[in-house]
Design a protein around this ligand. Structure first.
Ligand code: B12
Ligand code: SF4
Length: 725
């Protein structure tokens, strides 16, 4: 790129990198260490050192810490991550740095910036042109409006472009005019308020070229102060193109770290990380063969050294089920077997360019999950283009019938860089946008309130605004029912008898007197959720600022905490019996108009209710027994885990009774929760519980069944047929 010897270049370079988050009274607005700034620091420092430049990189997560460091030891370059969770905070911080230190070169990069440095030739070579590619220029220009003080945008994976920038800085001794006159591949210079695009740069093929930021100590200072989950990456790239996701428009080629690299990093985390969880930043864990070896290593580590305490990951979307099954077997006590669905409607899937698992793959996964004691979970997105109230709510019933125990749903956000966040998409789907404050992202900087908000479509050509909020309300109802799989068997039984989950929802949400626990929970949640949506950013700003200044924000605009508190209340030791009774009453009421119900309908409901109560683990339970025995005349677990063409529960009656051992999957985590004393108030404890514990560890699983029933049903010819259980 440059002839480094030809000019008087800098021999040392100080660079600060930050992926900012908010610090509020409830703690930090992020739960994980930012990996991207670490990998940039590790790669660029190492390369520059090899080239004889003494590079010092530091990583930050809080604006205050960054600004203090800049005052004490001003760096040559500051790089700030640009993501949905900190866009406004980052913009304000950059402005502030430039105001007092115009001589510091400032750059920004991350998912908010288009990934291709606008090299249209390269983009157009792609088989399928996405709207976001065509809109990339518009996207960058709209980001630039907020980031007028930056000197450079960096596109896509930033290790190589950032190195190019640092080299140019050193080469030209920090002379901005000469630096900006260079073509820096992967970077766009901001000149007179306009972006001058650099040429295309290829991403790193062998990820081992990036040294581990953990081993190089880049997080040492942060994890001494903040209890964040370390993230590791075993591969990069995603071959899919889902239009709601920014990653869909990125380079799809998968690139890997070696297994040895990953093992070394994990052992380093074992020795040093205060937080005992590990998060995988891979988009599709299980997509490459070596993931099995990595999973095996972690599984063995956990059984010998008790580490990690838990893991978080996204498994491969589809196409490699065999591998996903194998890797998940090593993780089974730590996380559910999750197969992301996002929608159950074929129309929607086509609209969002996504292909879900085939029915036979699902049947296979269900059987595998049951045999291995895993929870099968999935999630849906509320508000995708083409979705209707009917397709959306039916989707939950279909998933339950397909063996999913936990189904959670979240509203569709329009995310910068995603195909759905383009003017073309807004026009095609007739989106009506609202602006919502959805989290803990708020603070004051120099006396002004700064916060983040999201854009969400509340109406489209397939649903009205009223229907959107009905779907949302239904989503939160299902969260209360199924986040931990708690009422799954009761719902399955209702569906078996022609009662939909929507019928039960209408009952429980429509009569607060009859159903005080669910009625209160749903009313409170929706009251808070609706308040968070505004017609314009200005209206939102006014209300949020007022609430923040008067100290009301947490109590009025924090629906996520409200959701955790409500779910926690329903499954608490104190309330779980009554909550289960409410569900039983709602099913009974919904069944009133139906005939053909099995004769022992109320008795079956009672048994199912007792089963649910035994399964539910109440948050922060005292002296939680690891195993419980549940005895019942019906073989509920075999029935619930049988295939979709189910034989009715009534046929699962044993001669005497069936004994089931219900066990906690990860008892250690519940015991550790007791020693958690950094979260004090009830609301925060509940929120912490729902953020930390996986759905599969919120209910007991069946570890043994004595006297399993093989139901005998007459076939249509009248001959008895024995079904295998
Ligand atoms: C792991 C992950 C999470 C984790 C941890 C997030 C975190 N704060 O660290 C969890 C599960 C908590 C999470 C949550 C969310 N996430 Co997330 N997440 C990811 C995921 C899968 C990997 C991120 C990662 O670490 N990758 C590995 C590192 C090495 O890559 P990287 O971060 O992209 O960094 C590279 C470049 O971006 C760039 N870069 C990064 N930082 C910087 C800084 C500078 C100065 C420069 C120049 C360049 C640069 O260079 C880096 C190195 O090559 C990505 C998708 C993906 N595959 O990348 C989504 C992704 C980042 N998440 C996304 C979203 C939307 C969310 C949520 C808002 C979802 C929600 N509905 O709630 C929340 C927000 C949570 C929060 N407040 O922080 C979006 C962000 C889109 C956007 N425009 O900002 C992504 C891209 C996925 C998507 N749906 O499109 N997420
Ligand atoms: S949603 Fe998942 S599978 Fe789809 S493009 Fe994004 S990362 Fe890839």
């Amino acid at each position: 790129l440059f002839d480094l010897e030809s000019e008087e270049k800098l021999k040392s370079l100080t660079v600060y990198l930050a992926d900012l988050c908010y610090e509020t009274s409830s703690g930090l607005s992020k739960d994980s260490l930012p990996l991207g700034v670490g990998t940039i620091a590790a790669y660029v420092t190492t390369k520059l050192q090899q080239e004889g430049i003494d590079a010092v990189f530091k990583v930050f997560i809080l604006a205050d810490d960054l600004l203090k460091a800049i005052e004490t030891t001003p760096p040559h370059i500051v790089g700030l991550a640009n993501f949905i969770w900190s866009e406004n905070l980052t913009a304000v911080t950059i402005k502030k740095i430039k105001q007092y230190h115009p001589d510091i070169l400032i750059t920004t990069g991350g998912a908010n910036i288009s990934p291709h440095s606008l090299n249209q030739d390269k983009i157009l070579l792609k088989k399928q042109i996405l709207d976001s590619h065509l809109y990339a220029k518009g996207q960058d220009e709209s980001v630039l409006e907020k980031f007028q003080s930056v000197d450079y945008f960096i596109h896509g994976e930033a290790e190589i472009p950032f190195l190019n920038l640092c080299r140019a800085y050193a080469q030209h001794s920090g002379d901005f005019i000469r630096i900006k006159a260079e073509d820096l591949p992967g970077c766009s210079a901001v000149v007179d308020g306009k972006l001058i695009n650099g040429s295309h740069v290829d991403d790193i093929r062998d990820l081992d070229e990036i040294p581990s930021p953990y081993l190089m100590g880049f997080y040492d200072e942060i994890w001494k102060k903040y209890f964040l989950i370390p993230q590791i990456e075993t591969n990069r790239g995603c071959p899919f193109q889902c239009t709601f996701c920014t990653v869909g428009s990125w380079e799809g080629k998968i690139r890997k770290h070696s297994v040895d690299y990953v093992k070394k990093e994990i052992m380093y985390l074992h020795d040093h990380s205060p937080n005992r969880l590990i998060r995988f930043a891979d988009s599709n864990f299980g997509i490459v063969a070596q993931d099995i070896e990595i999973a095996k290593f972690i599984g063995e580590l956990r059984s010998t050294l008790g580490y990690p305490g838990g893991i978080r990951l996204y498994t491969a979307e589809s196409g490699v089920n065999g591998r996903v099954k194998e890797v998940m077997a090593y993780f089974k006590e730590m996380i559910p077997l999750n197969l992301s669905y996002q929608s159950m409607s074929d129309v929607v899937l086509k609209n969002i360019k996504r292909k879900n698992q085939s029915p036979s793959d699902i049947a296979d996964m269900r059987e595998y999950a049951t045999q291995n004691g895993m929870m099968l979970s999935t999630e849906l997105i509320c508000g995708l283009p083409g979705e209707t109230v009917e397709s959306y709510t039916n989707g939950f019933d279909k998933l339950l019938k397909n063996g999913f125990e936990s189904v959670t749903a979240y509203p569709l956000l329009l995310i910068r860089g995603a195909d759905l966040d383009t003017p073309m998409a807004a026009q095609r789907w007739k989106f009506q946008i609202r602006y919502a404050y959805l989290g803990q992202n708020i603070s004051t900087v120099d006396g002004s309130v700064v916060f983040e908000y999201s854009r969400l479509p509340v109406a489209s050509n397939s649903y009205t605004e009223e229907e959107y909020f009905s779907m949302l309300s239904f989503s939160y109802f299902m969260f209360l029912m199924l986040r931990g799989g708690w009422y799954r068997e009761l719902l399955l039984f209702a569906i078996e008898n022609g009662i939909s989950t929507l019928d039960i929802f209408h009952q429980l949400s429509g009569n607060q007197k009859e159903y005080p626990l669910f009625g209160d929970a749903l009313t409170n949640i929706m009251k808070q959720v609706k308040m968070c949506y505004f017609e314009s950013p200005e209206a939102l700003r006014q209300k949020i600022e007022e609430a923040y200044i008067s100290g009301q924000l947490e109590s009025v605009y924090n629906y996520r905490t409200q959701l955790s508190v409500c779910a926690g209340t329903l499954i608490s030791e104190e309330n779980k019996q009554n909550a289960v009774q409410e569900v039983i009453r709602a099913i009974t009421k919904s069944a009133e108009a139906r005939d053909n119900l099995p004769a022992p309908f109320p008795e079956l409901l009672d048994h199912l209710g007792a089963y649910s109560i035994s399964k539910i683990i109440s948050p922060f339970s005292d002296n939680l027994p690891e195993h419980l025995e549940f005895e019942c005349p019906y073989d509920i677990s075999t029935w619930a885990n049988s295939n979709e063409a189910k034989i009715p529960l009534v046929e699962y009656r044993a001669k005497t009774s069936v004994k089931t051992i219900l066990s906690v999957r990860n008892i250690r985590q519940h015991r550790d929760l007791h020693s958690t004393n950094h979260v004090k108030s009830h609301a925060r404890r509940m929120h912490y519980y729902f953020e930390t514990v996986t759905g599969s560890n919120m209910q007991r699983c069946v570890s043994k069944t004595e006297g399993a029933v093989k139901p005998v049903v007459p076939d249509p010819t009248g001959m008895p047929v024995e079904m295998s259980a």
